[in-house]
Design a protein around this ligand. Structure first.
Ligand SMILES: *[C@@H]1O[C@H](CO)[C@@H](O)[C@H](O)[C@H]1NC(C)=O
Ligand SMILES: *[C@@H]1O[C@H](CO)[C@@H](O)[C@H](O)[C@H]1NC(C)=O
Ligand SMILES: *[C@@H]1O[C@H](CO)[C@@H](O)[C@H](O)[C@H]1NC(C)=O
Ligand SMILES: CC(=O)N[C@H]1CO[C@H](CO)[C@@H](O)[C@@H]1O
Length: 630
């Protein structure tokens, strides 16, 4: 006997000694348990003074007649295993006798136990006096079932179903004897109860004698069952024990009607402005989601079921949006709504529209734009903030007050929503010449200079030029005039050839009056090729102070130093001659000398000006070429 078979034989069995008041005392186990296809051993123990004369094993046939069939015979001479029985070739009996204990044992071993072996086995023992005694053991066969297979109802079970609905199905196969199936919901076992829970079981006897068991669970589904966990557990007997196995866990889909609708906007943290795209979501508290309908101002809107998309909204899209639903099973109606405000900012209106004012006058400008929400208004001029608020007050208007003003309106909590408007303010009055006549650089090639006259005023002044020869007072024709309008005035430019001393006059006028400025243009030195340095020096002294030649003063200083040296040499020669008494001493001689010196210089003319801003002849010598006008 291997250990494997001892265990089921011994464990958990009630061992009954079959004490019949027979001549031979035989004891057997009441029941022997064994797995299908395994080997079963059935011991038969007798008490005799000598080994048994004869041992016979019978089986009791199933059925009513309870008739016995001999399967084995033994005496001290022969051992017979009955031919033609289902045990032929499958059974052996081992005999032993222990004289000390006066006890003998005959063990029946059955190979490859079948379900049909589950029956009673009888052992009959004869003593030498041919008296007998017998015992019997029932052989019990076991087969563990397959793992339980669970299947839930995934299509969705409505809480509105009348009575219990099928929730799950649990199957086990090939077990023996009949296993039990127990259902669990959230770890609590379920039992059939009136109306709430129904469990249907069906057992199938298979041709091989094994059993298949199927259990169906029906419950009256409630809403909270959508979170419940279901499983089945199989209990079955094995030799000497009972075991249980759980199926995997399942959830079920519960359907319940929508009673409440919740509406939301795709980005609720942002305010909605005109031009935005808005998505309104409608969600029911039921399952599955019902069919939704959206209504705004009494009109049905087309939506992609739970989402209503509003493209490029405007202020007319503001208001209450209703969502309605109808449950297709329970016909439960539900309703919800949401309010939407589409913010807007209209075009800016600036008052007064007339923005021409007289010098010295005051003007109050207001800037407003209709909006759905509080706004911030700011006035700017040349990108400098003037005032934060609707009202811009201009006092004591001057030409500096003229210019382009900008008003910006911004929705306070929605800064992307902003608009601006430009306003040109014109201060009207008599023209003003801003800088007098400005003289440009000399063009060496043709000795021309540009004269610029800038005037401000409104209406924009006209500028007219006139030129006169300073000596002869004969008018000189004015060549090309170039006028440019600025924000607040006019700039007029002419080009003159300064071949003789000229007087230029610039007159600015409009309907409020006129103003003049004049300027003396000195003649320019002619540029000669032979005495470059001298002529340049002369130019430096005589031409307008804007002469560009940087080297002029250096050359002039060098020339003066040379002259002074010549004078010193001449002086010493004269002094020598005077000491020698060769020359008469008198002022006339020196004067002659200086006249001669002056005539040597190639000076054509010297500028004279009635105005203080004119260049002074000898300024260049002191290294300060700049005139006060610069
Ligand atoms: C199955 O259930 C029955 C009745 O409750 C019980 O007598 C039997 O022992 C159970 N079987 C198993 C294998 O647990
Ligand atoms: C207005 O401005 C002018 C010059 O800009 C100034 O002379 C005058 O005092 C100002 N008047 C007032 C009332 O400020
Ligand atoms: C300025 O000149 C324009 C044409 O050049 C003329 O139409 C306008 O009347 C003049 N304005 C005045 C104030 O003379
Ligand atoms: C060896 C042995 O025990 N032989 C016995 C077999 O049984 C007969 C009676 O049936 C006896 O006489 C033998 O002694």
């Amino acid at each position: 006997m291997t250990l494997r078979y001892i265990a089921p034989l011994v464990v958990g069995l009630v061992v009954l000694t079959c004490k019949t008041w027979a001549a031979v005392d035989v004891s057997m186990e009441d029941r022997v348990e064994v797995y299908l296809k395994n080997q079963a051993e059935i011991p038969c123990i007798y008490t005799l003074q000598e080994p048994a004369l004869m041992v016979v094993w019978f089986t009791k046939l199933p059925g009513k007649d309870q008739s016995r069939m001999r399967i084995y015979y033994y005496d001290n001479l022969t051992e017979i295993i009955e031919e033609g029985s289902e045990y032929t070739g499958r059974i052996t009996v081992s005999h032993s006798y222990d004289p000390k204990d006066v006890r003998g044992t005959a063990i029946l071993t059955i190979d490859k136990v079948e379900l049909s072996d589950q029956r009673e086995f009888i052992c009959m023992v004869h003593n030498v006096l041919k008296e007998s005694g017998e015992g019997h053991t029932r052989l019990q066969v076991f087969k563990s079932p397959s793992m339980p297979v669970i299947d839930g109802t995934y299509t969705g079970i409505s809480v509105n179903e009348e009575g219990p609905s099928k929730v799950a199905n649990c199957k086990v196969d090939d077990g023996y004897p009949r296993p039990n199936i127990t259902w669990y919901k959230n770890s609590f076992p379920l039992q059939s109860s009136d109306g709430e829970i129904k469990i249907l079981e069906s057992v199938t006897n298979k041709p091989n004698g094994l059993l298949a068991l199927e259990s169906q669970l029906f419950i009256t589904v409630k809403r909270e069952d959508e979170d419940a966990v279901f499983y089945c557990e199989v209990q079955y007997f094995v030799p000497g024990a009972s075991k249980m196995v759980e199926s995997k866990l399942i959830n079920i889909t519960v359907h319940y009607p929508t009673t409440k609708l919740t509406l939301s906007i795709n980005s609720p943290e942002r305010l909605i402005k005109e031009g935005d795209t808005v998505e309104i979501h409608c969600e029911g508290n039921g399952k599955p989601q019902p069919i939704f309908t959206f209504i705004h101002k009494g009109e049905y809107l087309s939506a992609e079921n739970e989402i209503l998309t509003l493209q490029n909204v405007n202020r007319l899209n503001s208001g209450t949006y209703e969502c309605q639903s109808l449950d297709s099973i329970s016909y439960t109606e539900a309703e919800g709504s949401i309010n939407i405000t589409v913010h807007y900012l209209d075009d800016i209106v600036v008052t007064p529209e007339e923005t021409v004012l007289d010098q010295g006058k005051d003007l109050t400008l207001t800037c407003n734009a209709l909006s759905s929400s509080p706004t911030n208004t700011t006035w700017y001029k040349d990108n400098v903030t003037l005032v934060e608020g609707h009202v811009l007050e201009l006092h004591n208007a001057s030409y500096n007050t003229s210019g382009m003003y900008r008003c910006e309106v911004m929705v306070r909590y929605l800064t992307e929503l902003r608009k601006q408007k430009f306003v040109q303010i014109n201060v009207q009055g008599k023209p003003e010449i801003t800088k007098g006549i400005e003289v440009g650089l000399m063009n060496k090639a043709d000795r021309s200079v540009m004269l610029t006259c800038s005037a401000q005023g409104y209406p924009l002044p006209n500028i007219s030029w006139s030129l006169f020869d300073q000596r002869t007072s004969i008018p000189v024709p004015v060549a090309k005039v170039e006028n440019q309008n600025t924000d607040t005035g006019v700039v007029s430019i002419i080009s003159v050839k300064a071949t003789s001393e000229l007087k230029a006059n610039c007159r600015a006028y409009n309907e409020f009056g006129e103003v003049d400025a004049s300027h003396i243009i000195k003649a320019f030195a002619r540029v000669t090729t032979t005495t470059q340095a001298t002529s340049t020096q002369a130019t430096g002294f005589t031409v307008t102070p804007k002469l560009p030649q940087k080297g002029g003063s250096g050359v002039a200083i060098a020339v003066i130093i040379i002259c002074l040296l010549l004078i010193a040499i001449l002086g010493s020669v004269l002094y020598f001659l005077y000491k020698k008494g060769k020359l008469p001493c008198g002022r006339s001689g020196k004067q002659d000398f200086t006249k001669e010196k002056a005539s040597k210089d190639d000076i054509v003319m010297e500028m004279k000006s009635g105005k203080s801003e004119e260049a002074v002849l000898l300024q260049g010598v002191n290294g300060d070429k700049k005139s006060p006008t610069e």
